[in-house]
Design a protein around this ligand. Structure first.
Ligand code: IPE
Ligand code: IPE
Ligand code: MG
Length: 254
């Protein structure tokens, strides 16, 4: 009798994460204000959400505003928040119709009240969406997220609700903003920068990375296809050996 040992190497791409970078440079190349780049960046978001749904990807995490981006000029921050509000109102109906669920990760308490309430509304309204989950990382930093989780863990322990000796990777993960979400399989960064810039530090431990020089506003279906093709060639070992992760036919006598 033979037993098929399933391969971990060609894991289906369930969760795609993207560091959408290069909006400012896209605008600068055209002699336009940075905000024009951000506007085009929103167009790219709409396009890529549709493409991900078409490809059967179930989760898309987009790095939209980092905890460090709070240091940018007030005018740019305000423009970004305005675009976010516009995006939410223009996409709300489509999300409901297409059963797309919105989630947000990050320190939302730093966002203005109108932005927080718009987010809370759309997250609540779309919570039953089962086709696709769009995760917006806003006011998000991986270190900040881990720190907030650690504080919560400490509070639970002090209250006597948690035994520190029982804490492991899985139970700690549940305290992160991404608690119930799968880890990203592929992480794309546009604009030629080769760094993680504090995105999903914990969750990307075994993500595949894909870097492209294409600026975010130019990222389209063809560029996504290139990244997916590259991902399908990657060999994911998760710390194991080739023999352990390659598909094999095991002979046994029982
Ligand atoms: C990414 O584009 C969007 C945000 C960080 C909000 P940038 O605004 O960082 O564009 P560049 O890197 O200056 O070109
Ligand atoms: C990362 O881009 C954050 C987002 C895409 C929202 P940045 O432009 O802020 O990153 P650095 O400063 O180049 O590392
Ligand atoms: Mg940038």
């Amino acid at each position: 009798m033979s037993t098929f040992v399933q391969s971990a190497e060609k894991r289906h791409l369930e969760h795609l994460a993207i560091i959408m970078d290069g909006n400012g440079r896209w605008a600068k190349q055209r002699g336009l204000p940075r905000v024009a780049g951000h506007q085009q960046g929103v167009e790219a978001v709409t396009r890529i959400v549709d493409e991900c749904v078409r490809h059967g990807i179930r989760y898309l995490s987009l790095f939209a505003f980092s905890s460090e981006n709070w240091g940018r000029p007030r005018q740019e921050i305000d423009a970004l928040m305005g675009l976010l509000l516009q995006y939410l109102s223009s996409q709300r109906q489509k999300m409901l119709t297409e059963r797309i669920r919105l989630r947000v990760i990050g320190d939302l308490s730093r966002l203005s009240e109108p932005v927080q309430s718009a987010l809370v509304d759309v997250v609540r309204e779309t919570s039953q969406g089962q086709t696709f989950t769009l995760i917006l990382a806003l006011s998000y930093g991986g270190r900040d997220e881990i720190m907030r989780a650690a504080k919560q863990v400490a509070r639970h322990a002090l209250d006597g609700h948690l035994d520190i000796d029982q804490l492991d990777n899985k139970s700690f993960s549940a305290f992160l903003d991404t608690g119930d979400l799968p880890e990203p399989d592929l992480l794309i960064r546009t604009s030629g920068e080769v760094r993680i810039s504090n995105f999903l530090l914990w969750q990307a431990a075994y993500a595949e990375f894909y870097f492209t020089d294409v600026l975010w506003p130019d990222f389209d279906a063809v560029e996504l296809q290139k990244a997916l093709a590259e991902y399908s060639q990657r060999k994911r070992r998760f710390g194991l050996t080739d023999d352990q992760t390659e598909p094999q036919i095991k002979e046994s006598n029982d």
